[in-house]
Design a binder for this molecule. Structure first.
Ligand code: NAD
Length: 258
């Protein structure tokens, strides 16, 4: 089946990796429903897609609220009557050690990165089950598997969604639904560029500071993650489910001694 006229929901689709996925899926013929907290980013990504001849709408909401995820699925169904792909991409970040983490920190990270991903999947599954087809791609992280200090709460949630991908793949394989995860390494997204800008660091300087990352010597770009996400959602991956794919420029196999 070609991607033409299929429908993809992309959470966090207004910026960063989600924006790159929205653009790539639209280029491949998908009609796009962007879910995002930021109306400005969601609107601007939709306008970009439409100006290139694609079809896109957005729905403002927070994936940590189950009803917002259902509203996103309803938007797709009201507009186009089907849901073929979900990219569960929206994510929160909380830094600091376990010793410093507050209950509020845990509620934030679990709410968005684990419950939010689960609610997003729950919202699209009844439609995919009735269609007897669908592809879900969850955005995890290379640090789901590679240990580091500084972000233990975030990394734990990213490991948890790999388990979720497997559980859903097992539960819904017979219904024709595939569930996989992509694990990006450090990727030059709006998140990093905006954080750097607050400290007066330009995107070019940020890239320079991250030279040497992984085996390929540089951080990833959002379109490179989007390529892997699109592959996992496409018919080219029709026999792949319950898996994860590292898209990290080899960071996870790098001993540090190159
Ligand atoms: N950038 C990286 O280096 C990197 C590495 C590994 C994994 N990831 C993961 O990739 C995903 C995207 O990250 P990014 O760097 O592109 O971030 P980003 O901040 O550039 O873009 C994220 C988008 O998601 C939206 N969003 C955030 N929380 C939301 C919520 N609760 N509900 C709905 N929308 C929400 C934001 O408004 C934004 O538009 C995240 O899950 C992140 O954990 C990123």
């Amino acid at each position: 089946m070609s991607s033409d006229n299929q429908v993809a929901i992309i959470t966090g689709g207004g910026a960063g990796i989600g924006k790159a996925c929205s653009i790539r899926f639209a280029e491949e013929g998908f009609r796009i429903v962007i879910g995002d907290l930021s109306e400005q980013d969601a609107r601007s990504t939709c306008e970009m897609i439409r100006s290139n001849g694609g079809e896109a709408v957005y729905c403002i909401g927070d994936v940590s609220r189950e009803q917002d995820c259902h509203a996103l699925a309803r938007k797709a169904l009201d507009r186009w009557g089907r849901i073929d792909a979900l990219v569960a991409n929206a994510g929160a970040r909380v830094g600091g050690s376990i010793l410093e983490a507050t209950e509020e920190d845990w509620d934030t990270i679990l709410g968005v990165n684990l419950k939010g991903v689960t609610y997003s999947c729950k919202a699209v599954l009844p439609t995919m089950i009735s269609q007897r087809s669908g592809a879900i791609v969850i955005i995890s992280s290379a640090n789901a598997l590679v240990g580091r200090s500084g972000m233990p709460l975030y990394d734990a949630t990213k490991a948890a969604v790999l388990s979720l991908a497997r559980s859903l793949a097992v539960a819904h394989g017979e219904e024709g639904i595939r569930v996989n995860a992509i694990c990006p390494g450090y990727t030059m997204t709006d998140f990093h560029e905006r954080a750097a800008a607050k400290n007066g660091i330009s995107p070019a300087e940020l890239r320079r500071r991250n030279e040497g990352y992984g085996l390929l010597g540089k951080p990833g770009e959002p379109h490179q993650i989007a390529s892997a996400v699109y592959f996992m959602a496409s018919a080219d991956a029709s026999n792949i489910t319950g898996q994860f794919l590292m898209v990290d420029g080899g960071m996870s196999v790098c001993s540090g001694a190159r």
